[in-house]
Design a protein. Structure first.
Length: 255
């Protein structure tokens, strides 16, 4: 069993290293932004992004610090002690809820500045603080529900299959990624934005013809109301949504 788990961990680390190497762009010639943008545009982009990078790093550090404190200090034991008397599925789900809530609340000031204050200061957002907090709460709730389901399933898998759980968990994780890729635009995105059919027949025909030429048939063209909270160039990003229905794949285009 130890050898099997060791091989699985080694394979997972190898895949992670290769993925990070590919994502980092190492070994590929870097594009020079000066070939596409003016010096003023580049400086403006740096002035906008640099504080966001700092806030992201700070939020990441705070999240890791919360996990370390809860894992290696008595505070974690105090937080999770009440859930130990519950049946293991309830205890596992409750632990996820408590940990993610504490982590999110600690990171909230940084998240609020990065996602709301900074965006409004640059004129990229028209969203009110109350609306932003509502979206933040929605995202946190979705994260808690999905993480709790996955964690309970993982613990149950380890308990039921102590020898083969790494392979089963890998297959389950791959399947989960595929399922979420299809369901997220259909189930999760409507929680944050409203989608309505595009009321422009010529443009609809043009977009459907474009999809046909690309080999991706489009059944419906929808419009997202992201502009109610965002005010930036490039916000209307189109994406294709695949929906499995009766064994067939219907495509929707959201703009």
């Amino acid at each position: 069993m130890l050898k099997t788990n060791g091989r699985f961990v080694f394979a997972a680390l190898l895949v992670a290293v290769v993925a990070l190497w590919w994502a980092s762009g190492l070994g590929r010639p870097a594009a020079d932004p000066r070939d596409f943008f003016t010096r003023e545009q580049i400086e403006t982009a740096r002035a906008y992004q640099s504080p966001r990078y700092v806030a992201y790093a700070l939020g990441l550090a705070l999240g890791v610090a919360v996990l370390v404190v809860l894992a290696f200090t008595p505070l974690g034991d105090r937080l999770l002690r009440p859930v130990r008397r519950f049946p293991w599925p309830v205890a596992a789900a409750t632990a996820v809820v408590l940990v993610l809530l504490v982590r999110a609340l600690v990171r909230l000031p940084v998240s609020f500045w990065r996602g709301h204050v900074h965006e409004r200061a640059w004129g990229f957002s028209t969203q009110s603080a109350a609306s932003w907090l509502l979206d933040w709460a929605k995202a946190l709730g979705i994260s808690i529900v999905l993480t709790a389901i996955v964690y309970v399933a993982f613990v149950g898998l380890v308990r039921a299959f102590p020898r083969t759980w790494p392979w089963l968990a890998s297959a389950g994780a791959a399947g989960l990624v595929i399922v979420l890729a299809f369901l997220s635009p259909v189930v999760i995105e409507p929680i944050f934005n409203r989608f309505t059919p595009l009321d422009d027949p010529p443009l609809v025909r043009e977009l459907k013809a474009l999809g046909d030429r690309a080999g991706v048939p489009i059944k419906e063209v929808l419009v997202a109301d992201a502009s109610r909270v965002l005010d930036a160039y490039g916000i209307p990003v189109a994406h294709l949504v695949g929906v499995s229905a009766g064994g067939a794949i219907a495509q929707r285009l959201a703009v």
